[in-house]
Write a protein that binds this ligand. Structure first.
Ligand code: GRG
Length: 294
C-alpha cells in the first residue's frame, strides 16, 4: 500500500483533535483547572504519539478509531510531562511551542495541579473506555503507568537532570532518552498494535522498533536545536557556555550525530521486519521522523 504520509498524518491529527476537547469538557473539575489543562493540550502539539498509536493499530488491520480514548490518555500524560518540565524547578522555560508556558500563563500552583490532573485522569479515561475489555484495560494501564513512572519517563527525567551536572557517555545518553522520550513512544506503538490484534511476538518486535524510533526522534530533536538556532550556527557544537546539557551533537559532533541517527534507522527497520506488517506506514514514519524539520 502506498500512502501519502503527510496527508495521512494531517487526517489523523484532525480526527484526534476533534474528540480531544470533548474529553476535557466532560471532566467535573474547577473551571480554572480545566482551562489550564486545556491550554496546554491545545497549544499546538504535533500529536505524534496518538498518530503513531493509530498507525500501529491500523498496521494490524484494526480501526484507528478504536484507540482514540487510549491515545487521548497518552497525550494527557505527554502534556503533563511538558508542563512539569517547564516549571522553574526543572527547565524554567517561559515559552513552549511559541506560547507562554503553563505556569507563566496561569501560575505555578495551577500548572503543577494541571499536570497532576492530566496524569491521573489518563487512567480514568482508559478504565472507563466502554469498548475495551477488563483484560485490555489492565494491560494498557499497567503499560502506561510503567512507561511514565519511576521505571520509565520519570526516571529518565531525573537522570537527565543529573547528567546536566556531570556530563555523560553515549551509552548513558541513550539510556536517558530510552526512558525519558522513548517509553511513551514505545507505549504508543505497542498499545496501538495490541488493540489492533498483534501477537505477543509481534509486540516484542515492535517494542524493539519503537525504542530505536524514540532515539531517532531525540537525535533529530538535538540536531534541529543546533541547526535551527541562529545563535548557534557557525559556532562549534557545544559552545553555548551556559548550557551543560548533554546532547548527541555535543557528544559526537553534528556529522557524528547524523551517522548515529542512520544507525538507529537501520536497526529500527531491521526490528520492524520481524513485526510482520503488510503495509509500509511505520517504515515511512521512520524516515519521516528521521528527516523532520520541525
Ligand atoms: C517532568 C516527569 C517529567 C518528565 C518530562 C518528555 C520530558 C520528560 C520532557 C520534555 C523535554 C524535551 C523537550 C525533550 C525533547 C524531546 C521531546 C519529548 C519533545 C517534545 O515532544 P514533541 O516534539 O512535543 O512530540 P509536541 O509539542 O509536538 O507535543
Amino acid at each position: 500500500m502506498v500512502v501519502q504520509l503527510p496527508n495521512y498524518i494531517l487526517e489523523r491529527q484532525q480526527e484526534f483533535n476533534q474528540v480531544l476537547e470533548a474529553y476535557i469538557n466532560r471532566i467535573n473539575a474547577p473551571q480554572r483547572l480545566k482551562d489550564s489543562m486545556l491550554y496546554s493540550l491545545e497549544a499546538g502539539g504535533k500529536r505524534l504519539r496518538p498518530i503513531l498509536m493509530m498507525t500501529s493499530c491500523e498496521s494490524y488491520g484494526g480501526n484507528a478509531e478504536s484507540v482514540l480514548p487510549t491515545a487521548i490518555a497518552l497525550e494527557f500524560v505527554h502534556t503533563y510531562s511538558l508542563i512539569h518540565d517547564d516549571l522553574p524547578a526543572m527547565d524554567d522555560d517561559n515559552y513552549r511551542r511559541g506560547k507562554l508556558t503553563n505556569h507563566k500563563k496561569f501560575d505555578e500552583a495551577t500548572a503543577i495541579l494541571a499536570g497532576d490532573g492530566l496524569l491521573t485522569h489518563s487512567f480514568t479515561i482508559i478504565s472507563t473506555d466502554p469498548t475495551l475489555s477488563n483484560e485490555q484495560k489492565v494491560f494498557l494501564i499497567q503499560k502506561l503507568s510503567e512507561a511514565s513512572g519511576p521505571e520509565g519517563m520519570v526516571a529518565g527525567q531525573l537522570l537527565d537532570i543529573q547528567a546536566e551536572k556531570s556530563g555523560v557517555e553515549l551509552n548513558e545518553l541513550e539510556k536517558i532518552h530510552r526512558l525519558k522520550t522513548g517509553q511513551l513512544i514505545i507505549f504508543a506503538i505497542v498499545s496501538g498494535a495490541y488493540i489492533g490484534g498483534a501477537t505477543t511476538k509481534q509486540l516484542e518486535a515492535l517494542n524493539k522498533f519503537a525504542g530505536y524510533l524514540g532515539l531517532i526522534f531525540q537525535v533529530q530533536d538535538d540536531i534541529l536545536d543546533v541547526t535551527g538556532d541562529p545563535d548557534l550556527i557557525g559556532k562549534p557544537v557545544g559552545s553555548d557556555e551556559n548550557n551543560f546539557k548533554s546532547t548527541f551533537p555535543k557528544l559526537l559532533g553534528l556529522e557524528g550525530a547524523k551517522k548515529q541517527k542512520q544507525l538507529y534507522v537501520d536497526k529500527a527497520k531491521e526490528a520492524l521486519r520481524h513485526a510482520n506488517i503488510k503495509n509500509s506506514l511505520l517504515e515511512e514514519f521512520t524516515d519521516y521522523l528521521s528527516d523532520r524539520s520541525y
